[in-house]
Design a protein around this ligand. Sequence first.
Ligand SMILES: Cc1cc2nc3c(=O)[nH]c(=O)nc-3n(C[C@H](O)[C@H](O)[C@H](O)COP(=O)(O)O)c2cc1C
Length: 260
Amino acid sequence: MSENIIYCYSGSGHCLNMARSIASRLGDTDIVMMRAFPVKTDATEAKRVGFVFPCYGGGLPGHVEEYIKAIKIAPYAYKFAVEQYAGYIGCGLHKIDEIVGLDYWNTVSNHSTCIWLMPHALTVPPTSKEKAQERIDRKAMEVAAAVKAEKRLDVKPPENAFFARESAFFSKLHPKRAKKLTVSDACIGCGTCARVCPMKNITLENKKPTFGTNCIGCLSCLQFCPKEAINMGRITEKRERFPNPFVKASDLTQGILHID
Ligand SMILES: Cc1cc2nc3c(=O)[nH]c(=O)nc-3n(C[C@H](O)[C@H](O)[C@H](O)COP(=O)(O)O)c2cc1C
């Protein structure tokens, strides 16, 4: 059993990159992925339990809220969370705090991966990819130092009824959006999209992906396609992809990544 466990959701790799960065400074950490139901929900032997996740549609991505409810944490464990967002933090941190009771939380704005809504450079404040990565690295360092020192915050993460409503509405849009997923002739039938889909919603037929309706909108398929052959409507055709440069598609599909 590792001393620390970080539960991580990541669609385009940025939160996984940050979780790894925090873990490498803490040492002896299991990063348990929450894209699908976590392979390990018993965290009762961990001294510190963390959550690293992005804001999606004003709230928590995918089925993360129900997954967190299934996790068992020792009453004496130190609990922390870090959220990445493009423009606003929404209600995700508040929801996690309600479920587990956080000792420490932090946030960092990162380039948006919400490619169907806006180009990734349109973040608040605007910055380059390189500067965005530097900001994530700095924040990871700050968080790791705080977590090592078991820093406790008096301030609770903000609650916001508007974002709670946005988040509930957002998840209802996925099946509609999934219908807009297309694959172009650039596709080489490598199957990365099918492997990286956390919902097993993509199947290869005659070496071409077909999309079901069980989509949670993570867009890993679109972001990690090596030929940029997947699109969501016409609008993504001309937009730059933004997967994290230090995360491979095969990293995202792991159940647990151990960092010494
Ligand atoms: C489907 C989707 C929805 C998003 N919704 C929001 C949002 O409501 N507010 C926000 O500030 N950022 C939003 N983002 C931006 C992400 O929170 C941000 O880019 C984050 O760094 C992505 O982390 P990841 O690469 O680990 O998935 C969204 C991104 C995606 C893909």
